[in-house]
Design a protein around this ligand. Structure first.
Ligand SMILES: Nc1ncnc2c1ncn2[C@@H]1O[C@H](COP(=O)(O)OP(=O)(O)OP(=O)(O)O)[C@@H](O)[C@H]1O
Ligand SMILES: [Mg+2]
Length: 220
């Protein structure tokens, strides 16, 4: 069964009274363990499609599933639960909480799903696998760009999601740190996690096993 699937999805935004069709009748599936790159010019709809694939947003029309769960039929509350358990997100600008330490940022998804306690061993294990043990007590403000993105990846996968959605994850990194982040994303797929990544970079897309190109809201 695919980890994520969309069938003829369309996303129409209301931009100050004007309808903007960002995604225009897209159908696709993401299989377990697949590393998929989504490329295309700025404004072609990559982020919009990622948001639908990752159940961050519902399509205007069409159907979307995470595994066997129909996203288009869920309430807001059910969607939140689905995102917290099955999906991890990585962003271009990291989106870490500045007043928490690295360790606390990474533990946050576990705290949200189980308020009674966090599996500290799991947090330690994931920090180690991202090469962040020495940074566990630091606030994000003291980290390099590469360390920030590795922290964000740790946070995205600590709850063992089936799907990781990454929107320009190397957009703010130099090529060396970008390569490390891409290798970490590729490594996730070896354990069966699916990764979908939007990128402008052909070098980044080269790490993916499959590349889809988008133009004017459509897959080419
Ligand atoms: N919340 C929104 N409200 C209105 N219009 C939006 C909104 N989000 C995106 N759009 C529009 O939808 C279209 C697709 O945007 P999207 O962000 O998906 O493109 P993108 O391919 O990710 O671009 P980039 O490479 O610059 O990140 C654009 O025309 C954009 O202006
Ligand atoms: Mg985008």
């Amino acid at each position: 069964m695919p980890v994520a699937r969309v069938s003829n999805v369309t996303k129409v935004y209301d931009a100050e009274g004007e309808a903007v069709t960002a995604v225009d009748g897209v159908s696709m599936a993401v299989e377990p363990g697949q590393f998929l790159a989504l490329m295309g010019p700025s404004g072609c709809g990559k982020s919009s499609l990622l948001h639908i694939l990752g159940a961050m947003d519902r399509p205007t029309r069409g159907d979307a599933w995470i595994e066997d769960t129909p996203v288009h039929r869920l309430t807001e509350e059910e969607l939140t639960g689905l995102r917290r358990t099955r999906i991890g997100f990585v962003f271009q600008f990291f989106h870490l909480l500045p007043t928490l330490t690295v360790e606390e940022n990474v533990a946050m998804p576990l705290l949200l799903t189980n308020g009674r306690g966090v599996d500290r061993r799991r947090v330690g294990e994931i920090l180690a696998s991202m090469g962040l043990e020495h940074r566990r007590a630091s606030p994000p403000g003291q980290l390099s760009g590469g360390e920030l993105q590795r922290t964000a990846i740790a946070r995205a996968v600590v709850h063992r999601p089936a799907l990781v959605v990454a929107d320009e994850p190397t957009g703010n990194l130099d090529s060396e740190n970008g390569r490390v982040v891409l290798e970490l994303l590729a490594k996730l797929t070896e354990a069966g996690t699916a990764v979908v990544m939007a990128t402008h970079s052909a070098e980044a897309a080269a790490f993916a096993g499959r590349t889809l190109r988008m133009k004017d809201g459509r897959l080419q």
